[in-house]
Design a protein. Sequence first.
Length: 349
Amino acid sequence: MKIAIYGSALLALMSAGVACAQGSSGWNDGDLIVTASNTANNALLVYSTHGGLVDRIPTGGAGGVSGNAGGIAQNHDLLAVVNFGSDNVSVFSKFAGRNTLRLEKVVPAITSPVSVAFGRNHLYILTATHIESHPIGRAGVSPVADGKAQLVVADGSAAQVGVIDGELVITEKTNVIEKIGLNDQGAVTGATRAVANIPANVNAPFGLATRGNDAYVTIAHANEISLVRDDAVLTVTDSGTQMSPCWLALDGPFLFSANSPSHSVSRYAVYGQKIIQDAAVVATFNGNPTDIAYRDGLAAVVDANASVSHLSVFDVDGDGNFSLKRSVTIDNTATNGVAILHDNEGFND
């Protein structure tokens, strides 16, 4: 199923009206979709699944990141947002059963953060040149890192970090996919190392999605998606008619790629060592997609063109088909990162 989104059909951020056809009421209508303004005064933008702006919460930091994915990460009651321009990460919490988030703390990073991920009772922060781990305890995310390491290239081209079994996987757009180990407590340990069997035509590893010991990684400028397992690239699949797959979302048998220059999302079936393109296009956009999230029968995509950004929310059926639920226009081109928060996540006050 192919969905097209046209700029004339999109909402202005502050508009009281709605413009895209509303999907039918669903069990996940209480979920929240979040993105970040990524402006000088960075703010977390919180939306309902029907496109209503629920809240705009200052992060306490400065935006400015680009060419990345995973600028927002969530883990049950915690949400982390990168502040590239102020070298820190904002951590929010959510109250169970309430559409409310609050800023808990701002965690310093070694240098400008580009991507964050949760796992092993830690928050992992990928900066332009380093990876660091921050433990999570009763007081929340510690501002003090319990592990850190320099990236393989460390030239500022870092794109995304993900968690696999006992390790982290990291992309640097200067043609490196790398890993680093975690100790028994989940802290970063040892040195980063490039994975083996990277294709000879590798050009700009960008986004990734992880599950178990598998990491699916886009090779954007080579128009490929690869499977990394056990310190090596095992499978490489061409993206076909869609150019530069950049950002990925994974759930169940489906892997979705947001293809920035093609203004589209593609669907792949993944199993074992197989990556098979199931549908070249399941949604199209006026702008370049900059991140994608998929969860709870919903997909959310952020895209941007010359003057504005858009946040589009889709219902996803059991066959992986996208049906547009709502799309909103955000009045800047910098909007970065996207996550889906389940209605019942959080803790009671």
